[in-house]
Design a protein around this ligand. Structure first.
Ligand code: SF4
Length: 152
C-alpha cells in the first residue's frame, strides 16, 4: 500500500533498529532453524515475510533485501528495477517518469537513509544485479545462513 510505504520511509530509523534486533534474534536461533531444516522452513517463512513486508514496503520478494541500504524504500518498486540509484527520467516534481503518480523510489531512499545512522554511506554501496533465481525466497533466512556461514 503506497501510503504505508511512505510511512515506512518516514520511520526508517525505528524500522531499521527493529529489523537489526529481529535479525540478531533470527541469527541466535540458527541452531533451531538448522534442526528444523531451512528448506522445510522456506515456504512458511517466505509467506510471513511476503505478508509483513508487502504491507510495509510493497515488497516484491526479490529474495535479496537491501532495505537497510535504501532507507526502507524498496528499489524493486522502481518500474525499471534499478538497484543503484535513479534513472535520468525523474520528473521535476520528483515523481517517476513511468508511473507519474508515484514519487521516485530513489528520492525516498535518500530521504529514508538520512534518518538511519550510517544510512548515507550504506546507500553509496554498489549493489549487485538482481539474481532472479532468488525471486520469491525468504531474505530473512538467506541473511541468517550468510551470517552463520551456512549458505548453500
Ligand atoms: S529489496 Fe527485495 S526483499 Fe527487500 S523489500 Fe524490496 S523486493 Fe522485498
Amino acid at each position: 500500500m503506497y501510503a504505508l510505504r511512505q510511512w515506512s520511509v518516514r520511520h526508517a530509523r525505528g524500522l531499521n533498529a527493529f529489523y537489526k534486533a529481529f535479525e540478531s534474534a533470527l541469527v541466535m536461533l540458527h541452531p533451531l532453524w538448522k534442526w528444523l531444516g531451512y528448506e522445510r522452513l522456506e515456504r512458511p517463512v517466505a509467506a510471513v515475510e511476503r505478508t509483513v513486508k508487502g504491507l510495509l514496503f510493497d515488497c516484491r520478494m526479490c529474495g535479496q533485501c537491501i532495505l537497510s541500504s535504501t532507507g526502507m524504500s524498496c528499489p524493486m518498486n522502481c518500474p525499471k528495477s534499478l538497484r543503484n540509484g535513479p534513472c535520468g527520467g525523474v520528473r521535476a516534481n520528483g515523481h517517476c517518469e513511468v508511473r507519474p503518480e508515484m514519487r521516485c523510489v530513489w528520492l525516498d531512499a535518500v530521504a529514508g537513509s538520512a534518518r538511519i545512522p550510517g544510512g548515507p554511506d550504506a546507500l553509496r554501496q554498489v549493489q549487485h544485479a538482481v539474481d532472479r533465481r532468488l525471486q520469491g525466497r525468504s531474505s530473512w533466512l538467506r541473511v541468517v545462513r550468510q551470517r552463520t556461514g551456512d549458505a548453500p
